[in-house]
Structures are given as C-alpha cells and as structure tokens.
Ligand binder design. Structure first.
Ligand code: NAD
Ligand code: WQD
Length: 332
C-alpha cells in the first residue's frame, strides 16, 4: 500500500516508517523538519535497504499537500506531524492551536479532494485528563485537558468524530499513546530532543552520559508504592507496530475508533532509574525535588481493547526499553 506519513522523520514516525517499509509498503514522508533531521531518511535506508519518498513541507500547506497527493495517490495516511511540548504549549498556546489544528484540517481537506478515506492519528493518553481513575479505558470521558497541547488532541479527536459522521466511508483510528521510550536496536533512530529534555527517559540518558549532572525526581510524596509518579512506558518499536495493526483495522472498518496503546502497567520514576542503572551498568545520580506543576500521580492504560480488536500487545520489556535508549544515546 502507498502510505503518506506526516511527521515521518520524528521519533515515533521514523520507527513506524521502518516497520512500514519492512512490511512492503511504499512510504511517502512529509515533514517540515521543525523537530527532526533529514538524515533520518538515510538511516531508514540503512536499516531497511529501502528508500522512502521524502518531502520537506508543512502539513498546513494545502498546495504542497495537493501536489504530493497528486503524485502518489496514497491509500492511507498516518498523521504524526504536530507540536508536542506540554510546557511550551502553555507559554505559546496560539502556536500549538495553529499548528496542530491547521495541519489536521488541511490534511483532511486534501484527503477529501483525493478520495483518501483512511487515517491513523497520533492521539495521547493526555486526553483522559485529571479526573478519570487508572487504568484508563477508551469508554471513559476524554474531554478535559490540563494544557493547550492536550486540548489540541481532544479537539482533533472531535474533528475526526464529526468528519467520520459526515462521511460514512471515512475511517479514523485514534491511537492514544501512553509513554513511548526506547529506540531502534540499530542505535540509529531514537528520541533526541533539542536542548534540555522535558521527558524522563531522554533526561536519564543524558545524565548517564555525563552531559547533565543529575536527574531531579519530581516529587516522592505521591500516593504510590515508592512515592514517585507511575507511568505506562512502552517501547517505541512496539508502538510503531501498533500503527500497522491500526492500518489493517482502518481498511476493514469505518467511523472513528479510539485505542489505548500502552502495556497496562504503571512503573515508577525510581523503578525506571534503577532498571536503567542495572541493565546498562551506569550510574544515574538523582535528587528528589518538588512535584512538577500539572503532573498526575498515576497514568496507565487498560490495554485490552487494542489486544482484542487490533490484535496488538506490547511485547518488549522495561529492560529492553532501557537498553535500547542507552544504546542510542551512547552512539549519538
Ligand atoms: P516528534 O516531534 O519527534 O515528531 C513530530 C514530527 O512532525 C517532527 O519530525 C516535526 O518536524 C514534524 N512536524 C511538526 N509540525 C509539522 C508540520 N506542521 N508540518 C510537517 N511536519 C511537522 O514527536 P513524536 O514524539 O514522534 O510524536 C509524534 C506524534 O505523537 C505527535 O503528534 C505527538 O503529539 C504524539 N504523541 C507523542 C507522545 C510522546 O511521548 N512522544 C505521546 C503521545 C502522543
Ligand atoms: C514521566 C514521569 C514526571 C522528568 C508527557 C506528556 C504527555 C505525553 C507523554 C504527549 C513523571 C517524572 C520527568 C524529570 C521526573 N506526550 N519526571 N524528572 O509527563 O507522563 O507525559 O509525555 O502526548 O502528554 O505530558 O512524561 O517523561 O515528562 O514524565 O521525575 O526530569 O517522570 O514527574 O512522573 P509525562 P515525562
């Protein structure tokens, strides 16, 4: 199948392109490189022996999208492109609403013009907001976010529900990712944020590499077994494979359907730190600091719906995630 991948040179997009190429799909990437690098395309070729088509373009840009659709007539789209930094979204909300909403609307309009009816969208566990009890199930209300980034995901989910209601031939799979970490086993692809990382695993890796002096654990007084926050970390390669299952589902169903992609297990900050140290034989010095504004104590998935309807279950262990994250940072 010919598949358009927006944001395909980014962290999750690039790992998904590996799986798509290895499964025999033709991959067309559109990315403006605002948070990734063009050499990812060479790395995809090194890993798979296959070459995706690459366009440097904004997904908001309908004229550019039209040319790409006219040249390739993709049968399905996986839509990763967007801005994702929670803190930045609080400082620059208009930038986030403009980018994430405009990109999706332009994409849907051009898909409609070209009769492309299948979309897999990168949603997030953040749509469950602060009020639902863990583990989160897809039937829970997902209508309150704690930051503008999260609101863009809730709004886009609603846009997709409205669009599929109006076009009964359209299929939208909303994948609610939990906390992807890890990297491709080749060490060529991984999460490589600019500047000081916001997320836990890139921070741990940079401390282990001696590039940052220590990790600050944001609070050890949560109502959890060791007092630190619990999250559902999953390997990015498992997550990537979930997109292939979602594409199969989209080919057989219409309407908008949400799926959690997580392991179903909550892991604490300190469990992740100690697993990383043990697996990789490197120290990760840390200090306990205050809670971070907006953090929840616990966030993990009920992963049963994806297992039942997509035939997808996360297979890789926390040890795999820690080993592969370090392997990527060591090689960088
Ligand atoms: P990423 O920043 O690594 O990848 C996003 C890619 O989209 C980047 O390569 C960037 O250059 C590109 N991009 C951004 N805006 C664009 C635009 N307007 N036009 C074209 N390209 C554009 O992020 P990621 O971690 O791979 O996340 C991918 C998607 O998954 C995002 O939508 C994100 O919100 C969502 N998500 C990520 C996480 C996570 O923890 N990483 C969790 C839940 C959901
Ligand atoms: C994980 C745990 C922190 C850094 C974010 C977004 C979410 C989703 C995934 C996109 C928490 C603790 C962290 C540090 C720490 N993204 N921590 N010290 O906040 O669960 O989710 O990324 O949709 O929307 O909010 O991930 O990796 O930032 O934090 O103690 O330096 O690590 O408090 O318990 P989070 P994270």
């Amino acid at each position: 199948m010919d598949i358009l991948v927006t944001g395909g040179t980014g962290y999750i997009g690039s790992h998904t392109c590996v799986e798509l190429l290895q499964a025999g799909h033709k991959v067309i990437i559109v990315d403006n490189l605002s948070n990734s690098r063009a050499d990812v395309v060479d790395k995809l070729r090194t890993i798979t022996g296959l070459t995706p088509v690459f366009y440097k373009a904004d997904v908001e840009n309908r004229a550019a999208l039209r040319e790409i659709f006219a040249a390739h007539r993709p049968e399905a789209v996986i839509h990763f492109a967007g801005l994702k930094a929670v803190g930045e979204s609080c400082r620059l909300p208009l930038k986030y609403y403009r980018c994430n909403l405009d990109a999706t609307l332009s994409l849907l309009e051009v898909m409609e013009e070209f009769g492309c009816k299948r979309l897999v969208f990168s949603s997030s566990a953040t749509v469950y907001g602060p009020d639902n009890p863990v583990p989160y199930t897809e039937s829970m209300p997902a209508r309150v976010a704690t930051n503008p980034y999260g609101w863009t995901k809730i709004m886009i989910e609603q846009i997709l529900r409205d669009h599929t209601a109006a076009d009964p031939a359209f299929s939208a799979v909303l994948l609610r990712y939990f906390n992807p970490i890890g990297a491709h086993t080749s060490g060529l692809l991984g999460d490589d944020p600019n500047g000081i990382p916001n997320n836990l695993m890139p921070y741990i890796s940079r401390v282990a590499a001696g590039k940052l002096p220590h990790l600050t654990v944001f609070g050890d007084d949560y109502p959890t077994p060791d007092g630190t926050g619990l999250r559902d970390y999953l390997h990015v390669v498992d997550l990537a494979k979930g997109h292939l299952k979602a594409l199969e589902y989209a080919a057989q169903h219409t309407g908008a359907e949400a799926f959690n992609l997580g392991t179903g297990r909550g892991v604490s900050v300190l469990e992740l730190v100690h697993t990383f140290e043990k697996v990789n034989g490197v120290p990760v010095p840390y200090v306990i600091g205050p809670r971070r504004d907006g953090d929840l104590a616990c966030c993990w998935a009920n992963a049963e719906k994806a297992a039942r309807l997509l035939g997808w279950t996360a297979e890789m262990t926390l040890e795999d995630m820690c080993r592969d994250s370090w392997n990527f940072v060591k090689n960088a």
